[in-house]
Design a protein around this ligand. Structure first.
Ligand code: DGL
Length: 261
């Protein structure tokens, strides 16, 4: 039924592997092609036009390699914010599913929570995120922080399994001007789930609270599943394949390590 077409998943670098893992959990029978654009990471400090150009290039490379695909998951909050509408116009035959910080999930699940979002500067300053915050303003209070160094830490090999005093210090510095206790931490960049325990522990210690973590990867995988079902494309086999590509091929080994961690 699916003619063995793959689901393409892409990110500016390694972060989207956190989304790939969730896709694999919820949709184990699908075949995946993951593309990381580590040679051009980080995206979060670039302009929208520049991110759109990079995304165009990535999609062309995926199509060149794979031909027909089922859909493309933009496993990058920054690229979703900067480029999803542009990509839909540029590649009208491809179905794109993006990711946005899970602030709605946190706001609707808790009783008027204080939500701390960490994301890239592009995402927190972008229209998509600011509009969503506005829409939820009667349900929650928000503190939103650009945390670009997290991307660099993860790209350079820091994870919860490795730990890093420098990363913990950076988390403390991000909390320096926060005076409220927070109920929820939204991981608004797909790189951050790899250091989520460090983030939770440091924020909890620094602000004397017990925040719950929210990662939109779960919602993305649900969206992909729904779309596949609605279009009769859901793969019934038990176990599908995963292929890794990167604009910086030296990252491939580490990509597999992250995927299997
Ligand atoms: N992983 C990406 C995200 O979800 C961005 C990282 C970057 O700045 O390249 O926003």
């Amino acid at each position: 039924m699916s003619e063995n077409k793959k689901i393409a998943v892409f990110d500016s670098g390694l972060g989207g592997i956190s989304v790939l893992r969730e896709l694999k959990k919820q949709l184990p029978g699908e075949d995946y092609l993951y593309y990381g654009d580590s040679a051009n990471a980080p995206y979060g400090v670039r302009t929208a036009e520049n991110i759109q150009e990079l995304c165009d290039e990535v999609i062309r490379k995926i199509c060149e390699k794979e031909g027909d695909i089922k859909c493309v998951v933009i496993a990058c909050n920054t690229a979703t914010s900067a480029a999803i509408e542009h990509l839909r116009k540029t590649f009208p035959d491809i179905h794109f599913i993006g990711i946005e910080p899970a602030i709605g999930w946190a706001a609707n699940e808790m009783d008027h929570p204080m939500i701390l979002t960490f994301a890239t500067d592009f995402t927190v300053n972008g229209k998509m995120f600011r509009d969503n915050v506005k829409k939820l303003s009667d349900k929650a209070r928000f503190i939103s922080k650009g945390a670009p160094e997290f991307v660099k830490f993860v790209e350079s090999g820091v994870t919860d399994a490795v730990d890093s005093a420098e990363c913990r210090k950076y988390i403390d510095s991000l909390c320096e001007d926060i005076n409220d206790k927070v109920d929820a931490i939204v991981l608004g960049c797909t790189h951050f789930p790899f250091i989520k325990e460090m983030i939770r522990e440091e924020v909890a210690k620094k602000l004397d609270c017990e925040p719950k973590l929210y990662d939109a990867a779960v919602l993305v995988a649900q969206n992909v599943k729904k779309w596949l079902q609605e279009n009769g494309l859901l793969e019934e086999k038990d176990r599908g394949s995963v292929e890794m590509m990167n604009s910086d091929p030296s990252k491939i080994d580490f990509m597999w390590k992250l995927y299997e961690s």
